[in-house]
Design a protein around this ligand. Structure first.
Ligand SMILES: Cc1ncc(COP(=O)(O)O)c(C=O)c1O
Length: 391
């Protein structure tokens, strides 16, 4: 292990106490584990709620304000460009359903895109928009492949920041340049990268991004945030509206008011009451992520995956990628003819990974250790050396 990784691992040790994991959990790309730092706040709320103290609404609103700020810091946006959403799909729909498109327009997406984006885009077929699934040669869409695929009719291109099955991190800046030169909007599913990769949406030129909180943001299902650039906010038509899309200034004494105007921020796309428990969970997990620091998380997770890559390079397993620095993420994936059996075997050894599109997906985070990566490598070695037919 390199001295740099060893130093990073030491600096992560204090956070281990929040994650009483009973297995080697290398599966954050599926779901982030509950952490005790957030659980404390949930318990406090439950106690108040159980005893009839329902006066926690103001705290929820304060936390939501902070969530918008912390979300903005995570991706280099301004707080008024961030709104709360219950998952990635809902966030993407805020954008897609709000676009003023007409028959003959086109939307483009990689053929390898996760279904959250694909099915959100399919809504546009009702408007006569054609969805084009862009072909890929190498297991990811290159900027060159995108450039030759866009047409004068392509109004929107949707892409994951980090691909779910092989962890390939797309070059969003290159995508943005190609899209904008063509008058095409760049919409990003950020869930597999936000919280583990340093991203600046202003610098890269992303127009819209959504990320559920349930994976790398270490929150409960039912949380997430979206980014809508201030420029796009002026163009996007809210597909829904609701009483919390307008500013009551936390004064609920005159609810018959009919003339309040929508927030002059991304918040105008939030429509109704919030999940109080999930908001607390999300808030605390974001505080924790900020304490650790995303730049550090990015470096540490890469260091952990380097250990795996080193083992894989001289093994019967076939690395699926990525290994080129700009496209690395906190996910590494490899294949093996018995991938399904391997994932089951690892589970029996209390190592959690995922099977995705025929490959084994490994996704460590700052609560994992180099020793755990060693355990994974040992079990991979053992599995590879087993006699065929043996369980
Ligand atoms: C790339 C990607 N997008 C979206 C999701 C989930 O979408 P949602 O938050 O809408 O459930 C996942 C995984 O579940 C994913 O890997």
């Amino acid at each position: 292990m390199s001295a740099a990784l060893s130093k990073l691992a030491k600096s992560m040790t204090p956070y281990g106490k929040y994650f009483p994991l009973k297995n080697v959990y290398l599966n954050t790309a599926s779901a982030g584990p509950l952490n005790l730092f957030a659980k404390k706040k949930l318990d406090e709320l439950d106690k108040r709620w159980l005893t009839g103290d329902a006066d926690f609404e103001e705290e929820t609103f304060r936390m939501l304000d902070e969530i918008r700020k912390m979300g903005a810091q995570l991706i280099g946006a301004d707080a008024d460009e961030i709104g709360f959403c219950p998952n990635t799909s809902y966030g993407l729909n805020i954008c897609i359903a709000g676009l003023d498109l007409k028959p003959g327009d086109e939307a483009a997406v990689s053929e390898l895109e996760f279904p959250a984006g694909v099915y959100a885009l399919k809504l546009l077929e009702q408007k006569g928009v054609t969805i084009r699934y862009l072909k890929t040669e190498k297991g990811y869409l290159t900027p060159e492949e995108l450039a030759v695929s866009l047409t004068p009719h392509t109004q929107v291109f949707l892409t994951s920041y980090v691909q779910f099955f092989n962890g390939y991190k797309h070059d969003l800046a290159a995508f943005a340049e190609i899209c904008h030169n063509n008058g095409t909007l760049l919409v990003v599913d950020g869930i597999q990268g936000v919280g583990n990769q340093v991203l600046d949406v202003h610098q890269t030129g992303v127009d819209f991004l959504a990320a559920g909180g349930q994976k790398w943001l270490l929150s409960a299902g039912g949380t997430g945030f979206f980014y809508c650039s201030s420029k796009l906010q002026k163009k996007l038509r809210p597909a829904y509206s609701g009483w919390l899309a307008v500013d009551w200034k936390l004064d609920w004494s005159e609810l018959w008011k009919k003339d309040l105007i929508p927030f002059d921020s991304a918040r105008r796309f939030e429509v109704g009451s919030y999940p109080h428990e999930a908001v607390r969970h999300f808030h605390q997990s974001l505080v924790l992520l900020h304490k650790v620091g995303v730049a550090k998380i990015e470096r540490y997770n890469k260091g952990l995956l380097d250990l795996l890559a080193e083992y894989l390079s001289d093994s019967p397993y076939h690395l699926r990628g990525p290994l080129e620095a700009p496209h690395r993420s906190s996910i590494l994936s490899f294949t093996h003819p018995q991938a399904e059996g391997l994932v089951r075997y690892l589970k029996s050894k209390k190592i959690a990974v995922s099977l995705r599109e025929g490959g084994v997906r490994v996704s460590p985070n700052f609560y994992n250790t180099p020793e755990e990566m060693g355990q994974l490598a040992s079990e991979l070695r053992r599995f590879a050396g087993r006699k065929v037919g043996k369980k």
